[in-house]
Design a protein around this ligand. Structure first.
Ligand code: PXG
Length: 442
């Protein structure tokens, strides 16, 4: 058992924390020192119920034995193998296991180390694909307002979260954006997919009209936008995007970093909506968050287009030192086994009705202006404090943490995505704690 006091550092200044209010945090740190299944243990020995799967990644719950054992064994057996021009068996096995659970036709996998790298990889595959096909004029990339595609330059260029973009210069050129689909006036308190907004996909026709299809390489969207505060696609919206992309020879990229690996009650959102993209970006739940890893799935047609020319030449000039490294591959295989044994890739479908009812019981709680849900994802949107956006939700986060519950907030939205092993009792606790917290907020 870890002694909580022994792992509390006495100087917090050297570590520049990512996406954090560093000064505020360091005045009043919140530290986890252990985790098991649905709970974290804090440095002062409290249990905190995880309603966010860490950062949307610990889909099977914490410290699952198969994953731990797989990593331990791998570390002692083959720690690292060069990723270029040499292989190791586990990464090939993993690619096959992934193709087995992937949507029809997604037959090839390129490995990365994160969601952000998977996004860059997908965008580069899309651009290079058109070029190897002799359509190098297709250089434009289309994203969406409020989209989150990680933090690297390609991702923030196609992304649409203003604070994540505005500090960083001109970004990629040749990028345009679809409008976001958050129509709170029309769709507030919808259970599941909203009725209004499918027509927003027709904006892609307008963008094609403006730039001409012959200049557009790909459209990238999150099937359900997560980071921005859970925006669920209106009924029919994704199908319209698929149809317009097909009509104009534009590749459709689904960023499934959050929706992948069971979050909606199907292995991927693509299965949930019955819409197959051309490229699918994944990470997070691939290794249960334990070892960094991402995987980009492509259709054979795309992969095969690269497999021409002299066989001694590298077909795609891209990859990372740690692409498919043995430790990550072992963690991913252990994760897939755990998902299979516990039926986790479809468990969210069983729990979703209970989750939906529980969340919507908060509709009348103080400050709540919208509740939305799909699969095992939920969001509670709060009325912002006038002139002080984000403050109310952040207070909710701190109070919930003190009350033994981990939630995520973005803007004035509480986003929830519990591990897929969540029980009805856990759901009751999540909702009761949030209800108390909201009613206690100014
Ligand atoms: N695409 C999507 C759709 C994501 O949600 C990334 C790409 C980037 O993944 P990496 O592994 O590079 O972080 C993400 C990441 C939150 C939150 O609380 C969401 C993410 C990361 C951290 C916090 O909403 N999403």
């Amino acid at each position: 058992m870890t002694n909580p006091t022994s792992v509390t550092p006495n100087d917090l200044s050297a570590f520049w924390m990512p996406f954090s209010a560093n000064r505020q945090f360091k005045k009043n740190p919140r530290m986890f020192v252990a985790a098991k299944d649905m709970h974290f243990t804090t440095s002062d020995g409290r249990q905190v119920l995880d309603a966010t799967s860490g950062l949307w990644c610990v889909n099977a719950g914490h410290c699952r034995p198969r994953i731990t054992e797989a990593i331990q064994k791998q570390a002692a057996e083959l720690d690292y193998a060069p990723a270029f021009q040499i292989g190791h068996p586990k990464v090939f096995e993993l690619a096959n296991r992934l193709v087995d659970i992937a949507p029809e036709g997604m037959d090839h996998v390129f490995f990365t180390n994160s969601g952000s790298e998977s996004v860059e990889t997908a965008l580069k595959i899309a651009l290079a694909y058109h070029r190897v096909k002799g359509e190098g004029s297709r250089f434009r990339l289309i994203g969406r307002e409020r989209g989150y595609h990680g933090v690297n330059f390609g991702g923030i260029s196609v992304g649409g979260i203003v604070p994540n973009r505005k500090m960083f210069g001109t970004l990629l050129t040749g990028v345009d954006h679809l409008p976001h689909t958050h129509l709170i006036d029309k769709n507030a308190f919808t259970r599941g997919e909203p009725e209004h907004g499918a027509e927003l996909a027709n904006e892609l026709e307008r963008i094609v009209g403006l730039h001409d299809a012959s200049t557009i390489a790909a459209v990238i969207v999150e099937p359900v936008a997560g980071s921005t505060g859970v925006l669920i696609p209106p009924k029919g919206y994704l199908q319209k995007l698929r149809d317009i992309c097909t009509k104009y020879g534009i590749l459709l990229i689904f960023d499934e970093v959050i929706t992948g690996y069971g979050r909606l009650g199907t292995p991927f959102a693509s299965d949930y909506y019955g819409i197959i993209p051309d490229i699918m970006v994944t990470a997070k739940g691939l290794t249960n968050g334990v070892i960094p890893m991402g995987a980009v799935f492509v259709k054979s047609e795309i992969h095969d287009a690269f497999m021409t020319g002299p066989e001694h030449l590298i077909e795609f000039m891209h990859g990372y030192t740690y692409s498919g490294n043995p430790m990550a591959a072992a963690a991913a295989l252990g994760t897939l086994e755990t998902y299979k044994e516990d039926g986790l890739l479809t468990r969210a479908a069983e729990m979703a009705p209970y989750w939906e009812d529980a969340l919507h019981s908060l509709s009348g709680a103080r400050h709540v202006i919208d509740v939305r849900n799909i699969g095992l994802i939920g969001a509670i949107e709060l009325d912002p404090i006038a002139g002080e956006p984000t403050k109310r939700a952040f207070s909710a986060f701190v109070k919930a943490f003190e009350a033994g519950l981990l939630i995520r907030t973005t803007g004035d939205i509480i986003a929830l995505s519990p591990p897929l092993i969540v029980s009805r009792g856990d759901i009751d606790e999540i909702v009761a704690t949030i209800g108390d917290v909201l009613n206690s907020l100014e």
